[in-house]
Design a binder for this molecule. Structure first.
Ligand SMILES: [Fe+2]
Ligand SMILES: [Fe+2]
Length: 276
């Protein structure tokens, strides 16, 4: 929810010129919260280490179908993200607003493209995955769940909380092992990272892979598992988060006017067809 006045201008003046009320974002106490609570009950109960391993085996084979990036983005317009207390916006509007805000601040083109595609992994919903296994905040599995994860009380329902292999501070991991060695709860972030790794610069891949990892980039948790590479990239994840979160405003840029620019960006960095 935001308090900005809607503008009919396509995307100028710059999207962040008028400051939204930042205290109003991610407010889990607002009406509609029951939907979000139910979402996170399902998520926290079911995201076990074994669950994630199974999802990786299934989805990281990328054996479903081929789609162009634009077709995948078009699909996202049919999705309303149940985990998000802030917006009823079509996904592509969120992506375009995020990207245009990044562009308005003069960032490199790969950063703009990252803004435009960062939620593309939500196409998993197209393949019948429940939303609690696609969207929402992410966290490590295989070690103790932080009490700074949203709705931590629901982890009592997760069998890993009672599994001696997984319920200690380090669980199956070693100090400073690095996030690449840490299995994250399953969702659109991890899926899109694997789909695009090798295509974009390292900071972009960190933004994609960890943009929902609020326990790390906002709450400062899990520092006992990160390494120097993670710490160097944390600033990029945080920089990205400001656009992901606070570009959700009521001043929609017009996709038709901007499509040629994003066509060029996609041609520069992405394959013509994505194996999903
Ligand atoms: Fe996302
Ligand atoms: Fe997003």
């Amino acid at each position: 929810m935001n308090t900005m006045t809607a503008s009919t201008a396509p995307f100028a003046p710059p999207l962040l010129a008028a400051e939204p009320d930042r205290t109003a974002f991610r407010d889990y106490a607002q009406p509609g919260i029951e939907r979000v609570r139910t979402f996170y009950r399902n998520n926290h109960q079911n995201q076990t280490f074994d669950f994630v391993s199974g999802k990786k085996a299934r989805w990281l084979a990328f054996a479903q179908r081929e789609m162009t990036p634009w077709d995948a983005l078009d699909f996202l317009n049919t999705l309303v993200d149940e985990s998000d207390p802030d917006i009823e916006l079509p996904q592509i509007s969120h992506l375009l607003q995020t990207a245009e805000a990044i562009r308005a601040d003069g960032h490199p083109d790969w950063f703009v493209l990252t803004g435009f595609i960062h939620d593309l992994g939500k196409v998993l919903c197209l393949f019948g995955e429940p939303q609690w296994a696609v969207v929402g905040d992410t966290f490590p599995v295989g070690c103790r769940f932080s009490d700074r994860i949203v709705y931590p009380e629901f982890f009592e329902l997760n069998p890993d909380s009672r599994d001696a292999r997984y319920n200690t501070e380090y669980g199956i991991y070693s100090p400073g092992c690095g996030l690449d060695a840490v299995q994250m709860s399953w969702g659109h972030d991890e899926y899109l990272y694997h789909l695009l790794k090798g295509q974009l610069p390292e900071p972009a891949l960190y933004m994609i892979r960890y943009h929902s990892f609020y326990p790390w980039h906002r709450e400062g948790q899990y520092g006992h598992l990160t390494n120097a590479q993670d710490e160097a990239n944390l600033q990029w994840v945080r920089k990205f988060n400001a656009y992901d979160l606070y570009s959700k405003n009521a001043r929609p840029p017009v996709l038709a006017e901007l499509k040629p620019y994003y066509d060029d960006l996609m041609a520069k960095y992405l394959p013509a067809s994505l194996k999903l």
